[in-house]
Design a binder for this molecule. Structure first.
Ligand SMILES: C[S@@+](CC[C@H](N)C(=O)[O-])C[C@H]1O[C@@H](n2cnc3c(N)ncnc32)[C@H](O)[C@@H]1O
Length: 379
């Protein structure tokens, strides 16, 4: 049972549903799931990320690693410091959520004595951008003055670091199911006033690319065709440095494993995960895991080097999380950090399902976040 909607959420969801229903009818009664998700999450003024619900953090629908603990962002900052020491320049964060990671990274880099010239944020959600401004306003002037918001990717390529935590999983994706010798796309239709799954043959044009096994009848999964254009446009704004990505995901052979026959689509509403995107429309998040082989292929096509791929746990250990936990003199502080770290590190929590991937251009030095583990051969 999902928690019930507040009267405001109910009103908002009904209004968003009505708009999508109208567009679905105008489109002839069928929408790709990718289009449905785009409107449910990003329709201006209506979509989940475009309107005013709390979304991220303990009082919202889901909690991300930077919200679990600042240890995560302090480790990311250490990796950024190494890269900035070689390249100088800026940090650009894509999809900065509440702004907490940006704030912690800037504070950590100040303590390490290696600040970026600018900390730029590109945020598609006006509502989250407002929250980021409020949060980052509280930083000391020397840090606060480095933060700028962009409304599109920069035209002049950046030297330094590009960061994206849990952005790839928020890109709209398609769903498909295997029927006989063909693949059917699972799109969205209407039954009365309700949204329902509707199949039609799908021209995947070689997608998903060759797998080492045949997918069984009824096998259902997701494919995110927006990864390539996203990586291409982001890579174009990296002159020299590192694009560091974190997300839950798998190499392709595991992603499309025959045993994962229901795919990875998940919705998040008030800290509950479920698999019905047609309920609570525009007041719940919709995501799918990331096919990291697809990300790596897209990166190689853009002349980026896949410089590291590891679990989140290995990345955090490589960037010194243990020393950060042990640092406080106060026992209670150490115990609190240890408990937060367990959520970030344990395999049953975020440690293994979340991965870190570094995509680099013209960078010489090894990356300490990937010194503990190299999963690149699994891609
Ligand atoms: C799941 S939230 C993660 C937020 C934050 N990075 C964190 O870890 O708490 C997804 C974020 O990606 C942003 N986003 C979605 N699509 C994007 C895109 N195409 N470019 C940049 N940001 C995007 C959303 O607005 C939101 O801030």
């Amino acid at each position: 049972m999902l928690p019930s909607l507040s009267p405001d959420e109910e009103r908002h969801s009904r209004a968003a549903e009505a708009v999508i229903r109208e567009r679905l009818v105008a489109a002839g009664g069928w929408l790709s799931f990718e289009q449905f998700m785009e409107w449910a999450l990003y329709a201006p003024g209506l979509g989940y990320y475009s309107a005013g619900s709390v979304k991220i953090g303990a009082g919202g629908d889901f909690v991300t690693a930077p919200e679990v603990s600042d240890l995560f962002s302090r480790c990311v900052a250490r990796q950024c410091a190494d890269v900035l020491a070689e390249t100088g320049g800026d940090i650009l964060e894509l999809g900065a959520g509440t702004g907490r990671m940006a704030a912690t990274i800037l504070e950590s880099l100040a303590a390490l004595g290696i600040l970026p010239e600018r900390y730029a944020i590109l945020e598609v959600s006006a509502d989250l951008a407002d929250r980021q401004r409020t949060r980052l306003q509280q930083l000391p002037a020397e840090l606060r003055e480095r933060v700028i918001w962009l409304d599109r990717l920069p035209e002049t390529p950046v030297r330094g670091v590009l960061l994206a935590n849990e952005v790839l999983d928020a890109l709209p994706f398609k769903r498909f199911t295997v029927r006989g010798d063909s693949v059917h796309e699972l799109g969205v239709g209407l039954e009365g006033d309700s949204f329902v799954w509707r199949e039609r043959p799908m021209d995947l044009r070689g997608e998903p690319p060759e797998l080492p096994f045949a997918l069984p009848q009824g096998y259902t999964s997701e494919i995110c065709l927006r990864v390539e254009p996203w990586i291409t446009s982001v890579s174009q704004c990296l002159e020299r440095g590192m694009l560091l990505l974190f997300d839950y995901g798998l190499p392709r052979a595991h992603y499309y494993h025959p045993q994962r026959g229901d795919g990875t689509l998940r919705c998040y509403f008030k800290q509950r995960a479920h698999d019905d995107p047609f309920t609570n429309i525009a007041v719940q998040d919709i995501t799918a895991w990331v096919d990291f082989t697809r990300v790596a292929e897209a990166a190689l096509n853009c002349d980026l080097e896949v410089a590291g791929f590891a679990t989140q746990a290995a990345f955090l250990l490589g960037t010194g999380i243990e020393a950060l936990i042990a640092a406080p003199n106060d026992v209670a502080d150490r115990a609190r950090l240890a408990s937060e770290a367990r959520r970030l590190l344990l395999p049953g929590e975020m440690g293994e399902s979340f991965k870190a991937m570094a995509l680099c251009r013209n960078l010489q030095q090894p990356l300490r976040g990937f010194a503990h583990q190299d999963l690149r051969r699994s891609l």
